[in-house]
Design a protein around this ligand. Structure first.
Ligand code: IMP
Length: 200
């Protein structure tokens, strides 16, 4: 039986990536297709609450089964920051590097905050909230690693140039996308979502 499911995102790249993983039994619908163009509220302090808030917001608006994701980079030496603020880290508090592209400003701020710190453990964490028949399920994907001293590599996006996953000598930004997509936080969370949906 074919099933429509809404992914609460406007990011076409994410839609395509997750759509391919779900396979032909599922038709993934993005927010553009539903003419939902405004920002979806995500004003909580945890990835879990934000993913949940986004999924329920779209479920309440459309009455359709849907899921939403939220990702953060959690750095031990910074007490879990940037965490839920990963996308706009350099603009939090006293804005730093406002003249830079957000990803570059975020990396510059992170490396500044990490100066002189020997403990450089960090993790990317993705939480997916799925609302199915009015019931919520959550899935988590985690990849542990370290924050490098300097950026390296040009692939990927966001904090990829300064994140070296455990078990590898290269950063995410030096890694082929196909490999990153097998081992990433998002891939691990999506694998659980796919398992749940396929088991229905
Ligand atoms: P989102 O919840 O997927 O929009 O991710 C929030 C922020 O986390 C992004 O704006 C990026 O700064 C960062 N981020 C998420 N996933 C990745 C990744 O795979 N590599 C590097 N940065 C990421």
């Amino acid at each position: 039986m074919d099933m429509d499911i809404v992914f609460a995102t406007n990011n076409l790249h994410k839609l395509e990536e997750i759509g391919a993983l779900l396979g032909e039994r599922f038709r993934l619908i993005g927010l553009k297709e539903l003419n939902i163009n405004g920002d979806i509220p995500e004003d909580h302090l945890t990835l879990e609450e934000n993913a949940s808030q986004k999924a329920w917001y779209i479920y309440d608006l459309t009455g359709r089964d849907c899921f939403a994701d939220d990702t953060g980079l959690e750095v031990d030496a910074l007490k879990g920051a940037p965490g839920v603020y990963s996308a706009r880290y350099s603009m939090i508090g006293h804005p730093t590097f406002p003249e830079m592209e957000p990803a570059e400003g975020n990396i510059r701020k992170l490396l500044f905050e990490m100066e002189g710190k020997n403990v450089r453990n960090a993790r990317f964490r993705t939480v997916i909230a799925l609302v199915l028949g009015g019931k919520e399920y959550q899935f988590e994907g985690v990849v542990d690693g370290r924050i490098t001293e300097v950026p390296s590599g040009a692939k990927g996006f966001g904090y990829d140039p300064v994140f070296r996953p455990d078990g590898y000598e290269i950063t995410f930004a030096e890694m082929d996308l196909a490999l990153k997509n097998q081992i990433s936080h998002r891939a691990l969370a999506v694998a659980q979502l796919v398992q749940k949906l396929k088991g229905m």
